[in-house]
Design a protein around this ligand. Sequence first.
Ligand SMILES: [Zn+2]
Ligand SMILES: [Zn+2]
Length: 343
Amino acid sequence: MRAMVFEGGKPLTCRSLPLPEPGDCEVLIEVRACAVCRTDLHVVDADLKAPKKPVIPGHEIVGKIVKAGAKTQALEMTVGLWVGVPWLGSTCGQCPYCLSARENLCLNPGFTGYTIDGGFAQYTVADARHTFILPPAVHDDRSAQEFSPMLCAGLIGWRSLRFARPALDAAGGKLGIYGFGAAGHIVAQVAIHLGYEVYAFVRPGDEQAQQFARGLGAVYAGSSAEPSPEELDAAIIFAPSGALVPAALKSLAPGGCLVLGGIHMSDIPALPYELLWHERTIQSVANLTVADGHEFMDFLAKHKVTTSTEALPLEQANEALDRLRAGQVSGALVLTPWQPKPC
Ligand SMILES: [Zn+2]
Ligand SMILES: [Zn+2]
């Protein structure tokens, strides 16, 4: 199979590798789409310090099962099914977190495209327990491409919203979203389906992002440097800027919840206690549980959520990473390994 491989430095190398063999609890997947995520950049740029070497990056995998291990039948993983593979690729099943259904905090996890080979390849092997059967609407290459960002941006958005919902449900349901990129634009649509009002806060001066947010149904879109026109019952920050924390707290109602949805964030500046006073909370989000994944797939089977994507051949993975690094992306870039091109 063809794969783009991280061998310890930039750029990724195009390699021809033997087809991997699935173990008893694993499935072999023919990859049809794999979106490129900011975390892939953190792997390639060595911000994340402990990758398997060499490793195939990519953790927003959509593809078809071509071979299923002997013990995967209980999970109904059969050949021909469209499935998705997220960042959390395996867990130990034995640590206190795994034993309390909080396997997103597992002490000995495996991460797809980081410590486990991922989806920048024509084929990949995945742990069936961490693989999701996709909604019926995902049935061809076009829908696979559009669905791919759901496997990371969408799932993180879903879990972030889950933490925000008690505060939203207790009050008027006004949700602020700071940073309107891949995760923000998906979670905004999910929140609107659930009956919440979305207030979008984007980079100062980014008119295009404001229009995009209004087009998706946000009741308000404005600069993240301005206070919200209405007091918010909850807010989610996806932008990696710690300075947004006090800014968002200023717009949060008493009892409100501020969710930090990113893996990385710059330092949070010192803030006066009165911004947190009155039972406001700050909650971070790490990975997702298997239950979150199944719930989100069920939700997507019933509700239409759109994504904005651009397809690139697998062999242009380096170009995709460069564009993401330079911010030259509107919507998600998705690699399509089923169309092999010369390296
Ligand atoms: Zn990701
Ligand atoms: Zn564990």
